[in-house]
Design a protein around this ligand. Structure first.
Ligand code: UD1
Ligand code: UDP
Length: 382
């Protein structure tokens, strides 16, 4: 009997990083793959599903305009529970730190269904930064039976919290696997004009940055654009209306700022690779940048991805207007500094993380099966 693995996710970043795992499960006869989406990000999720040609078995369709954290969590638990009761997968796989991840993990735990956590162990140790993702990730790790840590650092964080070493597996980050489906040599896009201007790609969406921090960053960008006609700023806006309204207000009138719709993942990876600099508060973009060879200024005070900072590709600059303005100019003007950041080595693995996850899953269920069939033999082997 194949092992029944149910992947549950709902936002853009989860979908991008789960997609290579699902594609690997679909190709492997040892497993039966099931996909449940919460629909927390209706539009941006569907964009990813379409690109990877993933058709969910169940769609909980929970998204509401301006949804609160409680809205999302309550709706996921109540809509997922009957699916879990009915399907009884051998294990559920969740990813990262979103409300979907936490809600799905709780629902699975209440059904006593084992949980595998992809991208486990990232920490800032500050429960309000990123909010609520830091707490989500800690809680999901606490509920998980298998923790797939992307790096030795994240595995070490789990050890510090006394997770059992036998439940922790360093597998790399599946974001790198996803790039094997997207990056191509030849690429053009109408918003990437070959006009000699330096291109800054911006993404910003975090809940803790809404309001004043985001306003300050957008004002810094406006100043940069006004003072430097040789710059072009391209901002694929997150679908959150709070982000879009503010971006339109602060940046909408500037001729060298392009406010565009979210790019699909094929476009985003190829587009980002051809920009000079990225400014972002995104977690996933921080992981991809070292492989793209593009320096990133991180619009946050803390990061749960210190590997990219150590590797030299990322620099934390926070959200203060003067600092964002100064650091951006410095990087664009100082060639030596720029080269150093652009040439850093990717610390997130070799693009084989999905396969490693599958092997861990298979071994886990093999040894469980062996224990059931012959407990004494397993004891001897250990
Ligand atoms: C969520 C995650 C965050 C992740 C981010 C990735 C939580 C608590 N937060 O935050 O960890 O970094 O996704 O982007 O899970 N909307 C649409 N269409 C979409 C997506 C969003 O209209 O496709 C709008 C809706 O009005 C929604 C709002 O954006 O209410 C906010 O979306 P939500 O998922 O609640 O929060 P994010 O800030 O996107
Ligand atoms: N991304 C995308 N289109 C965009 C912006 C980002 O496909 O217009 C991808 C990006 O490559 C990364 C992921 O979305 O893989 C990050 O998602 P997001 O920033 O929404 O969430 P986070 O990673 O911060 O949780």
């Amino acid at each position: 009997m194949p092992i029944k693995v149910m992947a549950i996710f709902g936002t853009r970043p989860e979908a991008i990083k789960m997609a290579p795992v699902i594609k690997a499960l679909e190709r492997d006869g040892r497993f039966q793959s099931q996909v449940v989406v919460s629909g927390q990000h209706r539009d941006m999720l569907d964009q990813v599903l379409a690109y990877f040609e993933i058709v969910p078995d169940f769609d909980l369709n929970i998204m509401k305009k301006s949804q609160s954290l409680s809205d999302i969590t309550v709706r996921i638990i109540s809509r997922l529970t009957p699916v879990l009761e009915d399907q009884r997968p051998d294990i559920v796989l969740v990813h990262g730190d979103t409300a979907t991840t936490l809600g799905a993990s709780l629902a699975a735990y209440y059904q006593k269904i084992p949980i595998g956590h992809v991208e486990a162990g990232l920490r800032t140790w500050d429960k309000y930064s990123p909010f609520p993702e830091e707490a989500n990730r800690q809680l999901v790790d606490a509920l998980s039976d298998l923790c797939f840590a992307p790096t030795p650092e994240s595995a070490n964080n789990l050890m510090k919290e006394n997770h059992l070493p036998s439940q922790i597996f360093v597998v790399g980050n599946t974001a790198i696997d996803a790039m094997k489906y997207t990056i191509q040599q030849e690429y053009t896009h109408p918003c990437l004009a070959d006009n000699g201007k330096k291109k800054i790609l911006v993404t910003m969406h975090r809940r803790e940055n809404l309001g004043k921090p985001m306003t300050e960053v957008f004002q810094a960008l406006a100043l940069l654009a006004q003072e430097n006609n040789s710059l072009e700023i391209i901002f694929p806006m997150h679908k959150n209306p709070a982000v879009r309204l503010l971006a339109q207000k602060e940046l909408g009138q500037l001729s060298n700022v392009q406010l565009i719709e979210p790019l699909d993942i094929f476009d985003f990876h190829n587009f980002a690779q051809r920009c000079n600099l990225i400014l972002t508060d995104s977690g996933g973009v921080q992981e991809e940048a070292p492989s793209l060879g593009v320096p990133v200024l991180v619009l946050r005070e803390t990061t749960e991805r210190p590997e990219g900072v150590k590797a030299g590709t990322l620099k934390l600059v926070g959200t203060k207007k003067e600092v964002v303005y100064r650091e951006t100019l410095k990087l664009l003007e100082n060639e030596e500094l720029y080269r150093k950041m652009a040439q850093a080595k990717n610390p997130y693995g070799d693009g084989q993380s999905s396969q490693r996850i599958l092997e861990v899953l298979f071994q886990h269920f093999q040894s469980k099966q062996a224990t059931l069939e012959n407990p004494q033999l397993v004891e001897l082997m250990e």
